[in-house]
Design a protein around this ligand. Structure first.
Ligand SMILES: [Zn+2]
Length: 395
């Protein structure tokens, strides 16, 4: 709090000094020489009124006769002034002097704070830095941005400042050829949550491919309520985006999207059903698993026969581990589509199907009480049917 007051006091001083100096230049006395300067000399320093006013007399000397020694005697205060020392008409206040003193105070304290903290912009108010962040001098890796990021790390940016800053940072998420700026922006946006929510929501719609994906990652990790835009973005994230830049930010992106879609499945199931026959193999496969884990029995007829193919003993690592619990989570409606395979020549498929049917028909039996045991489709658990989507789809 004290720091905030100091910061703002210094900012206001700087601003006032600048305004006074500009005003002093603008109103520089250019009029006729006709004002009495009053007393001159060192003694004026002891009179505070003279720090502000240019003269303690200011009598208009127009028409007063000039003495043979080229002096004018003021009829008001009685002092004699050489004709070239008479003051020009204009403002009566020493704006320039006041401005200069204030500027020296402000500059002095800025230097003091900067030297003391090792942060040259320490004393600049957050609002000013945030406004500058929107310009060229406040871009990525500038002193302005570094100071802003430091304050975000300290947790001192909130409210209006944070929302404006988030508006700037989301643009750094876009693909622009600069290294790491998206990473740092993503980091800061996470810290600014929940003030960054609106900016991220907007970027989901207005951003480029990269920034939409990163915004979705941040939103999914923070937002418990979700939105239709995030849902749509997550369906898109199921695609295989191995070639996307900023890949390190999007690791396990598709899995995280899938988990989000399962948690929010019933808000827009039609959007997931729509990609069940997608041209992207990964999106297709994950969408089917998501339907299964969500227990969407309206598509059981379409999905189970495809998933069953993954249960065969093949060389694709981990696909049975994901397909088995997905089929199982459809519940009893899946049984009629499993029956035709109970005597399949493929041993892994046959045993898995029998095991799933028994578990669905006898939900009271634990995995080790069943007659039909699941073959070892994964080494990580004894009961793969109980896996959740995140674990089941993990590599
Ligand atoms: Zn006078």
């Amino acid at each position: 709090m004290q720091e905030l007051i100091t910061t703002w006091a210094m900012a206001i001083t700087t601003l006032t000094a600048t305004l006074l100096l500009l005003l002093a230049i603008y109103t520089w006395p250019r009029g006729e020489r006709r004002r009495c300067p009053g007393h001159r000399g060192w003694r004026t320093l002891w009179n505070p009124a003279r720090w502000v006013r240019r003269s303690d007399c200011w009598q208009d000397l127009t028409g007063v006769p000039i003495t043979p020694t080229d002096e004018i005697r003021c009829p008001e205060c009685g002092r004699s002034t050489p004709i070239d020392r008479v003051l020009r008409d204009g403002r009566r206040i020493r704006l320039g002097l006041i401005g200069a003193v204030l500027a020296m105070l402000a500059i002095g304290s800025q230097i003091g704070v900067a030297a003391h903290s090792g942060r040259p912009l320490r004393s600049v108010p957050t609002l000013a830095l945030v406004m500058l962040s929107n310009t060229a001098i406040g871009g990525h890796r500038t002193a302005v941005r570094q100071e802003v990021e430091q304050r975000v790390d300290d947790g001192t940016v909130a409210g209006f400042d944070a929302r404006r800053l988030a508006d700037v940072l989301v643009r750094d998420l876009r693909s622009d050829g600069r290294k790491w700026n998206a990473n740092e922006a993503a980091d800061a946006l996470g810290r600014l949550w929940p003030d960054s929510k609106n900016a991220l929501d907007r970027e989901l719609v207005e951003g480029d491919v990269q920034s939409r994906k990163i915004a979705a990652v941040i939103l999914r990790s923070r937002d418990q309520t979700g939105s239709r835009e995030l849902f749509i973005a997550s369906v898109d994230d199921l695609r295989d985006d191995g070639d996307a830049s900023a890949g390190w930010l999007l690791q396990r992106n598709a899995r995280a999207a899938g988990e989000y879609l399962i948690n929010h499945y019933w808000e827009a199931p039609e959007l997931i059903r729509a990609v069940l026959d997608s041209d992207d193999a990964q999106q297709c496969r994950l969408a089917m698993a998501i339907c299964g884990f969500s227990g969407d029995t309206t598509v059981v007829e379409r999905v189970v026969p495809v998933l069953i193919d993954s249960l065969r003993d093949n060389d694709i690592y981990g696909d049975a581990r994901c397909a088995a619990p997905a089929v199982f989570n459809f519940g009893p409606p899946a049984i009629e589509y499993l029956r035709p395979f109970v005597d399949d020549p493929d041993r892994q498929l046959r045993e898995t199907v029998r095991s799933i049917i028994e578990r669905l028909e006898h939900p009271d039996r634990a995995w080790d009480e069943c007659e039909n045991r699941l073959p070892r489709i994964t080494s990580t658990t004894h009961d793969p049917l109980a896996l959740d989507f995140w674990t089941a789809s993990g590599g």
